[in-house]
Design a protein around this ligand. Structure first.
Ligand code: SF4
Length: 270
């Protein structure tokens, strides 16, 4: 896939992102590994997968629903594991049956996941990852699928194009791979309100070759709370948010975007 470069960055705001990284060590900071379950959002929605949730994030989105994988106060629950240990756990959960592995976080781009990806792919597993697009790594090119999920204004974080463009460029870094494959790349935006939606559309229009997904924001979440035990989103809330988003997208005449729910939030499952 050929990924276009940005000519003009017309959007306001900038990141203030610290590029924290675990690359100096072979260990991966892990919050949780679970599955098989289904992917609840984005390009692979409905796909059976095992989740590897890494710990630590360079962002602090106000409505983050995985604060337990972000905030240092939860670090007693985190484990430093080498790639082999993580893959052993994956094999145990999947009964050694090759399937999709979803790398999530936190921000998984803070870790060195290259050894894990190579280990899994050698056994037939496929790797998908979601990251906000603030930290670029050459091993992005190894992934089978990669979703960039820039955070909208309602998150309280600020966006800058250069960070995302560096990440997109990294998907074409071929020095570390022998094949000519690249990950399937897509954009995904969580949308809490009309401002978020307009912002998402403006960014998506810069990347017309990338499939784009929007989904309602789980903005009842609180980054300071372990939402795994305090899910407050009723199916009614989710349905109302979906109906609003469908209507809002249609009002903008935005046709080349897919509107998806957060299926796992709707069903209240991990
Ligand atoms: S929503 Fe994602 S990017 Fe934002 S703080 Fe949570 S894990 Fe980090």
């Amino acid at each position: 896939m050929s990924i276009p470069s940005i000519v003009t960055p017309p959007l306001s705001g900038t990141f203030s992102t610290e590029s924290v990284s675990n690359d100096a060590t072979d260990l991966i900071s892990i919050s949780e590994i679970f599955g098989p379950t289904i992917q609840g959002e984005g390009a692979l929605i409905g796909t059976q997968t095992i989740f590897v949730r890494t710990a630590g994030c360079d962002y602090r989105c106000s409505w983050c629903d995985t604060g337990y994988a972000v905030l240092p106060e939860f670090d007693n629950d985190w484990k430093n594991m080498d790639a082999e240990s993580v893959f052993n756990k994956i094999e145990s959960l999947s009964n050694k049956q090759a399937m999709w592995i979803t790398l999530s976080g936190g921000n998984p781009a803070m870790q060195n996941l290259e050894p894990l990806i190579k280990l899994g792919q050698a056994k037939g597993y496929k790797f998908s990852m979601e990251t906000q697009g603030s930290i670029a790594k050459p091993w992005f090119a190894l992934l089978d699928q990669l979703t960039f999920s820039p955070k909208p204004p309602s998150s309280g974080m600020r966006f800058k194009h250069k960070g995302l463009q560096r990440c997109l460029d990294a998907c074409e870094t071929l020095e570390i791979i022998n094949s000519q494959t690249h990950p399937d790349v897509s954009l995904k935006f969580v949308v809490a309100d009309q401002d978020d939606l307009l912002w998402a559309k403006e960014i998506a229009e810069q990347y017309p070759q990338l499939p784009c997904y929007v989904q309602p924001c789980n903005n009842n979440a609180d980054i300071n709370v372990d939402n795994r035990s305090t899910a407050e989103n009723s199916p009614y809330d989710q349905k109302q948010k979906m109906l609003w988003l469908i209507d809002a997208v249609q009002s903008l005449n935005w046709t080349d975007v897919r509107v998806l729910p957060q299926l796992h939030v709707w069903l209240n499952v991990e």
